[in-house]
Design a binder for this molecule. Structure first.
Ligand code: DGL
Length: 270
């Protein structure tokens, strides 16, 4: 296990979605250095098989471990549902592994007893049933109402948000009967915080919108503290790797992290 506090934190997603988590991490832990990997060559993950996502995740973990990461954050619900257990075993004692599902399940279970909670996510996440299983383990009488919304992540990845197309698609999905009578809605895809305002507008304050970026950052801080791994780096330099160059990725990293972001290409298979 890497026990060097100044070592970087590795974070990955299929594309720009995980930047919402990476951003929350750098806000809460400004002395941490991050290495972000966007697997843009293989997005969207949400309609891939479990086996394919596991293979991508292992390859990305290799890249992050080679760069000395002390923790790997799976900043993607699809990969967290398909590959977390496998990745934990694979990484073994070389680094800690954090997923985006457990912190949200813990949060929901302690704040929404006996409530109806909607969930939107990719097909992979919703079909895995992982949120329902984990929430049930807490036995808090929560009824989960999930809906797969597979067009949202590719739409966001293409830069379509805050416009008529995104408005119509969001309205179409959120009007679905399976999301009726909910008290809160889990955004179970790390791309969705980018359309959080539009989702909030749809519900007009009647439903609480739960975005995992902050709870994941808090869970990460707790883990680092417990293992005496909190960094003290002054003005850390972050790195952004992509498996394929996309303009939307570059634009999004600049929105989140300023204009100095330089993307590095890193193919997973040579
Ligand atoms: N951001 C990802 C998630 O949380 C993946 C979206 C996709 O690539 O389909 O599931």
């Amino acid at each position: 296990m890497i026990n060097n506090p100044s070592a970087p934190i590795g974070i990955f997603d299929s594309g720009i979605g995980g930047l919402t988590v990476a951003h929350a991490i750098t806000q809460l832990l400004p002395n941490e250095r991050i290495i972000y990997f966007g697997d843009t060559a293989h997005l969207p993950y949400g309609d891939k098989s479990e086996a394919a996502i596991q293979a991508y995740s292992i390859k990305i973990a290799d890249v992050l471990l080679k760069r000395g990461c002390k923790v790997i954050v799976i900043a993607c619900n699809s990969a967290s549902s398909a590959a977390y257990e496998l990745l934990k075993e694979y990484v073994n004692k070389q680094a800690h592994v954090v997923n985006v599902i457990d912190p949200m399940v813990e949060f929901v279970s302690s704040h929404f007893q006996d409530k109806n909670i909607g969930l939107i996510g990719t097909k992979r996440t919703v079909q895995s049933g992982i949120y329902s299983k984990k929430i049930q383990e807490y036995q808090k009488g929560i009824l989960l109402k999930p809906l797969a919304t597979p067009l949202l992540a590719p739409m966001i990845e293409e830069g379509y948000f805050n416009n008529k197309i995104s408005h119509d698609l969001i309205e179409e999905y959120l009007s679905n009967d399976s999301l009726k009578e909910i008290n809160a809605l889990i955004l179970a895809c790390t791309h969705y915080p980018l359309i959080k305002t539009e989702i909030k507008d749809f519900y007009n304050g009647s439903v609480e919108i739960l975005d995992s970026s902050e709870v994941v950052a808090l869970a990460l801080k707790k883990l680092l503290k417990k293992n005496q791994l909190l960094a003290n780096n002054v003005l850390p330099t972050h790195s952004f790797l992509v498996s394929d160059f996309t303009e939307s990725f570059e634009v999004s990293t600049q929105i989140f992290f300023g204009s100095m972001v330089r993307l590095q290409m890193h193919t997973l298979w040579s």
